[in-house]
Design a protein around this ligand. Sequence first.
Ligand SMILES: Nc1ncnc2c1ncn2[C@@H]1O[C@H](COP(=O)(O)OP(=O)(O)OP(=O)(O)O)[C@@H](O)[C@H]1O
Ligand SMILES: O=C(O)[C@H](O)CO
Length: 572
Amino acid sequence: MWIRHSLRFAIPYSTRSWSRPLKNLKSRHKLHSALREYSVTTQPGAVDSLSVMSSDRHQDLRDIFNTAISSVLPAKMITRALTVKDNTLHVGGREYELDNNVYVVGFGKAVAGMARAVEDQLHHHIIDGIISVPHRLGTTLRELGKGDLWLKENTKLKVMEGAKGNLPDVDSERAAHAIKKLVTSLTDRHILIVLISGGGSALLPLPCPPITLEEEAALTKTLSQNGATINDMNTIRKHIEELKGGGLAKAAFPAQVISLILSDVVDDKMDIIASAPTVFDISSPQMCIDIFKELKIQKQVPASVNEFLFKKSVEFAKMPSLKKPEAGYSTPWSKFQHVKNVIVGNNSMATKAARDRAEELGLLSIVVSASLEGEARNVGELFVDIAKYIAFMYNYKPSRDGGSVTLVQLELKLAQFGFEKKVLNDLNSLTRKARNCRKGVCVVSGGETVVKVKGQGKGGRNQEMALAFGIGLENARVEEEKLNRFSIEFLSGGTDGQDGPTDAAGAIADDNLIQKCTLEGVEAETFLENNDSYTLFSDLDDGAYIVKTGLTGTNVMDIQALIVRPRNLDDL
Ligand SMILES: Nc1ncnc2c1ncn2[C@@H]1O[C@H](COP(=O)(O)OP(=O)(O)OP(=O)(O)O)[C@@H](O)[C@H]1O
Ligand SMILES: O=C(O)[C@H](O)CO
């Protein structure tokens, strides 16, 4: 890299202490102006991008991300899902007679807004209710001017806040007890509306005795830090907690249960979202033991959990096949006929809205996935490959490039990540179209990745993905000179506005990121290795690369957007 190498000599060595915290870097601003002056003498493409403030450059990405979030705000989704006509409630293809007989419970990051919309629709029919929401959500939403995502003054619902840091705690356990008490008091005259959204698991914890809340919280942390997927986590929660895995619906029997679910898991798996409190569970306790083995965390699992699961699996082995609940169960709730589960919103809606916004901004756009999974840094690198692919296609001329080994190699890599041939073909034709009409390309995706936290730093999967993208892009630019002819930027963010235990939703990386790090005397790889993406992004270039929305009041997993624009169209 021409610029980077030059800067190595331009910056005094004393400002390049690799692991120094960014906050203490006094000469940062001086270095910024030095960079701008310096960039005047560098190669043309790079001059343009370095002299533009990063925050301005990233406007489109931020706009696309914000539009995606707006498209899945709770009120819209509830209004779409529920209709009331002549005292009859229509939902999910069923009809319910309304007669001042409705109770509401909810748990999750988005249920305050959902509850408000339900109250607006069913008002006087509602008797009582409780919602369990994240700690300080009410205050935060009001501070952000998002009071419309909170309940009205005259609400009949009680709000309980808890689960600090997205971990089950005494406050959320208190809420779970109160919800259990309320639903067990219902009769067959009642309708129970259950509002469920991501984060619901931590907001409805009721560990089966003798497992304690502290043990469960410790287990959650261990699982999360050892790369457990949400499927793994919630399979375990369903077995060691009272209200998960259908427990809430059983407790509410004989009331009619309507669950309105905002999906924050890949493929909208109802048996996983918020650990499925209203879905009949067909998983086995042995599956939990297998997960511990697979993650090699058996020794860190609390003894009470191991003993509980062992006893449960012995009992389970004696039971008739759970795959056919009707075969062996005579309890009235066995077929869960009193329950209707309805998905009201998901990641696909958000990715589509992102794509539409990108089109409005003049970019040719495509959604490549709404179910992207894997280790965050690998997905970051995958997006570097996608950027390379687009750049390659911009320049591709069959006559000149012959057998196009590069093309085949890139396609193979993308296929390894589960992208179907059709997606590749669409990406391919989109880029050709972009070349012909000389527009940039925006690739949108959604899903949820994981991070195996090994370092001591602070970060989240989105910020880690963006950092890995930035590093990968820099390496690719060294190898592939043609990439410098494009302006490339990438954003990954959580639609709930909270990436891991940080106050950021995610981060942006572009083709200047690593140069900026170098100027700041920071080695990005060290931060990546220490899982310290938040520290790096929050201070770098006065926060130009961090994405902070505050809690959004919704939650449909994460969104990625990659923009590749030719710098100088005549140069391709
Ligand atoms: N320092 C870190 N760097 C990168 N990722 C981290 C770090 N610390 C935690 N994480 C990751 O953050 C994720 C947990 O994030 P978060 O608390 O937002 O949960 P979540 O899965 O989004 O919750 P929910 O689905 O309930 O909303 C885990 O994948 C964990 O590995
Ligand atoms: O709460 C949970 O379990 C996760 O957000 C997945 O729904």
